[in-house]
Design a protein around this ligand. Structure first.
Ligand code: F6P
Length: 513
């Protein structure tokens, strides 16, 4: 019988360690351990991470690795990669990793035919992407989708701007707020626009409403051959057909929405960067999967990052983490990671539906550097809460302004240093306590391969923390209540008398309508 994390010996050990480690002096830790940087740096495919400015030491690391052992993280990892039904509440396996497993790789027994289907679908949507790329008649591609059907493709296309075809513009419509769709469509020509209706379920109200509005706009604007201008990306091909879409690319219920950009949901990415680069994107993620599967615990980067999250959240009581990409093309990365981590691990019951006595997902937020430095970094340096910062730097830029790039990197390094060393200024207003933890990620270049690796690393990190906490990281019932209540309000939007609405909601509705 698997013991819950708070019942195992290493959890108690970590509870003892936190008493002294909460005030670990980072600067002194480097003096005490000459090889601290080497010891706490970790290399995985295409990604290097320096964890030496994190608030931990070898004793903590050892106890965390024991925690992973006692909570059987690697058994769950093996179950993930075997295709077992680890999404217990929905009775599904979790196999987004299979979407990036290339032809010729070793496939777990029983999954060979599923993998063959994956490859056939991949070929089909990549050859469609190439066709669209070659068509001068299509100048604009509009992805209509929300959550995982928006954030992944949008983040990746913005991040890979250097690789995106200049012959087309890419637009994203997610919000039910029609300011968004009108703002996009007003500038487009229906006969030059391709709509990708991206929705795993093909029932999400925002996406369906936006898709209907786009269809009407297409017809009203004199659009011809609607079948050539609307494509459905979904695991519910039947509903897409009912909507009137002929061309659909499917995927499977074992792909969670927030893990879906490796599937046909990534079609916008494939059109933007081409089939070859899309395969490189998958390859980077695959290499990270292999690392997670086979690296020894002490060298396993997703494992270490997930354990660090547990240490910070449950023992040092840090409730938030800041993502600071020092590459402006990564500006949608924090939003992407928010869904990945907070929708996956924002849970308060374990897999047997027992309430938890410990915290789970922390609040994740961020903006690219150096912009954040001139906004909220004040609070990160001198505010009352300690918020760990995660720097992401790219060694080689895609421009030739060396002076800009050196300044950018110097800023990232200086900020990380400042968080640690502080400033013992006698003027209290200018005093920095320092000793604020950060971690520092380096990519050689921002390429499809390195982005794929970085995202897969984040997915597995989230998995590790969820595995320790004993929660199901793959459902998202927390989004359902609001959807139901919206429908109830919609039904009585114009009524004089309301049912099941509290007085505040009634008062607000009367004012708003
Ligand atoms: O409501 C949350 C959610 O289900 C996410 O998990 C998902 O990524 C998003 O909505 C969109 O869902 P779909 O792709 O089915 O439209």
């Amino acid at each position: 019988m698997l013991k819950r994390c708070d019942q195992v010996a290493s959890w108690q050990k970590l509870n003892e360690l936190k008493v002294t480690k909460v005030s670990l002096d980072l600067t002194k830790a480097f003096v005490n351990q000459a090889n601290r940087f080497e010891h706490f740096s970790a290399e995985a495919p295409h990604v290097f991470v320096d964890l030496s400015k994190c608030m931990w030491d070898e004793e903590v690391e050892k106890a965390l690795l024991e925690l992973a052992n006692e909570t059987k993280v690697f058994s769950l990892r093996d179950a993930l990669f075997k295709g077992d039904s680890i999404n217990t509440t929905e009775g599904r396996s979790v196999m987004h990793w299979l979407l990036r497993t290339p032809k010729g790789a070793q496939i777990p027994a029983g999954l060979e035919s599923t993998h063959a289907e994956v490859l056939t679908t991949l070929d089909a949507f990549l050859s469609f992407a190439e066709k669209v790329r070659s068509k001068d008649s299509i100048t604009d591609v509009v992805n209509i989708g929300i959550g995982g059907s928006d954030l992944g493709p949008q983040m990746a296309i913005r991040a890979l701007a250097e690789y995106v075809t200049p012959t087309k513009s890419f637009h994203f419509i997610s919000n039910i707020d029609a300011h968004e769709i009108t703002g996009v469509l007003d500038k487009l020509d229906p006969n030059k626009t391709l709509f990708l209706i991206s929705s795993k379920s093909f029932t999400t109200i925002e996406t369906m409403t936006n898709a209907q509005t786009a269809k009407q706009w297409f017809i009203n604007g004199g659009g011809k051959n609607i079948d050539q201008h609307f494509v459905g990306l979904t695991s519910n091909v039947v509903l897409a057909k009912e909507f009137g879409i002929d061309t659909t690319f499917g995927f499977w219920d074992w792909v969670g929405g927030r893990y879906s950009m490796w599937s046909s949901i990534g079609l916008a990415i494939a059109i933007a960067i081409g089939a070859k680069a899309f395969k490189e994107f998958l390859q980077g993620a695959f290499e990270m999967d292999e690392h997670f599967k086979s690296a020894a615990p002490k060298d396993n980067l997703p494992l270490k990052l997930g354990l660090l999250d547990v240490w910070y959240r449950n023992f040092l009581n840090y409730k938030s983490r800041n993502i600071a990409p020092y590459h402006s093309a990564l500006y949608r990365l924090p939003a992407y990671l928010q869904q990945l981590d907070m929708e996956s691990n924002g849970k308060s019951v374990d897999k047997s539906a027992q309430g938890l006595s410990y915290g789970t997902a922390s609040v994740l937020w961020g903006e690219p550097g150096t912009n954040g430095q001139h906004a909220f970094f004040q609070m990160l340096h001198q505010g009352t809460d300690v918020i760990p910062i995660e720097f992401i730097a790219v060694k080689t830029p895609s421009h030739s302004h060396t002076n800009h790039h050196e300044l950018l990197l110097a800023n990232a390094l200086a900020q990380a240093q400042a968080f640690m060393v502080g400033d013992a200024n006698v003027n209290k207003a200018r005093y920095f306590s320092g000793n604020r933890p950060s971690l520092f990620t380096i990519l050689e270049r921002l390429t499809p391969t390195s982005l794929g690796a970085l995202i897969a690393l984040s997915e597995h990190r989230t998995f590790v923390a969820g595995a320790v906490w004993g929660i199901n990281s793959f459902d998202q019932y927390g989004v359902e209540l609001g959807k139901t209540l919206t429908l109830n309000i919609m039904k009585q939007y114009s009524n004089e008398e309301f049912t099941n609405l509290d007085p505040s909601t009634q008062g607000l509705l009367r004012r708003l309508r």
